[in-house]
Design a protein around this ligand. Structure first.
Ligand SMILES: CC(C)(COP(=O)(O)OP(=O)(O)OC[C@H]1O[C@@H](n2cnc3c(N)ncnc32)[C@H](O)[C@@H]1OP(=O)(O)O)[C@@H](O)C(=O)NCCC(=O)NCCS
Length: 144
């Protein structure tokens, strides 16, 4: 297993993983490629036996980081990949001088909320009807 930066040629694979999960941000291949190429972004992927099973994308500007997307293939869930990617990303952001990390998560997305809570993020607020004018978003964050 290894965690490493995603490559431009993996944009299609990462878009496939994002789209395999209803609760992730459904970036297409083009959007994913744009993110991988963006100098303010970091896209990490989890590779096992030559296969990418999950990814996490964030942006870091000055000392403020926002986690934008995170998904693990359904058949690879509950094996520590999500927590591994998140812990690695938080550590990398800290080493790069990031001091605050925030994200938005659907209030009904209990697996992700549980994951973020396990990693030490706390609920900071809420955006009403943020997702398709229906579900609220929780804003969660951590100071590093
Ligand atoms: C959220 C997600 C990334 C978790 O990935 P994962 O690899 O399954 O997570 P892990 O195996 O590392 O689990 C870490 C913790 O997450 C939480 N968790 C993960 N899946 C869970 C589930 N189905 N139910 C409840 N808690 C869950 C638990 O707290 C777990 O810790 P534990 O094993 O000590 O109980 C994955 O479920 C996913 O891709 N979901 C869809 C996309 C998504 O919601 N992205 C986040 C958008 S904000």
């Amino acid at each position: 297993m290894k965690i490493r930066p995603a490559l431009a040629l993996e944009a299609g694979r990462l878009a496939f993983i994002a789209q395999s999960q209803p609760m992730s941000a459904h970036w297409g291949e083009k959007g994913m490629a744009g993110e991988i190429a963006n100098a303010s972004a970091r896209v990490w992927c989890w590779e096992e036996n030559g296969e990418v099973l999950g990814f996490l994308a964030l942006r870091l500007a000055a000392d403020v980081c926002e986690i934008l997307n995170l998904a693990v293939l359904p058949q690879a869930c509950r094996k520590g990949i999500g927590y591994g990617l998140l812990s690695y990303a938080l550590n990398d952001v800290r080493k790069s001088g990031g001091r605050t990390v925030t994200l938005e998560v659907n209030v009904h997305n209990l697996p992700a909320i549980s994951l973020y809570t396990k990693a030490g993020l706390k609920e900071l607020g809420r955006r009403a009807k943020f997702y398709d004018g229906k579900d609220d978003a929780l804003i969660m964050g951590i100071c590093l």
